[in-house]
Design a protein. Structure first.
Length: 148
């Protein structure tokens, strides 16, 4: 049973490491068998390990130099809030079945992911929040006051 702050923080770190790894199968095993990945910015919901694995694979095909870096990890009950910066170049395949064309542009953005866990520390729901205008289109914030 996952119940210590350190164990919960490690789940967050494993999630970040999973995004930084090209091992989509290992990444999908961080999720419960019916776990969900939710991206409200693009209206994406992937349910089940096979779809989480597919999502990870598609992302790596589109952003082959992707890097995610930890900023902060916060824990409460069986939830982990992961704050990260993400960067890469949208230089690979298109996303969304061709609806989002590769821009060949580099991007860097700030992201928050909320990981809801079951009693054994598997991700039941991951909801990822970020500014859609930045990731992965390459657009930068208009005022640039926040340094990532």
């Amino acid at each position: 049973m996952v119940n210590t702050v350190k164990s919960l923080e490690q789940v967050g770190r494993n999630w970040i490491a999973g995004w930084n790894s090209r091992d989509s199968e290992a990444f999908s095993r961080l999720y419960a068998p019916d776990g969900e990945y939710v991206d409200p910015s693009f209206g994406i919901r992937r349910k089940g390990r096979d779809f989480v694995r597919m999502h990870h694979e598609l992302w790596w095909k589109a952003i082959p130099d992707f890097v995610m870096k930890e900023r902060h990890i916060r824990v409460a009950d069986r939830s982990v809030v992961v704050e990260i910066t993400a960067e890469g170049t949208f230089s690979g395949g298109d996303l969304g079945g061709g609806k989002m064309k590769a821009t060949q542009k580099a991007f860097r953005g700030w992201t928050i992911a909320v990981l809801e866990l079951n009693e054994v520390g598997e991700i039941v729901v991951c909801t990822e929040y970020y500014d859609r205008s930045i990731v992965p289109g390459g657009e930068q914030p208009p005022f640039g006051e926040l340094r990532l």
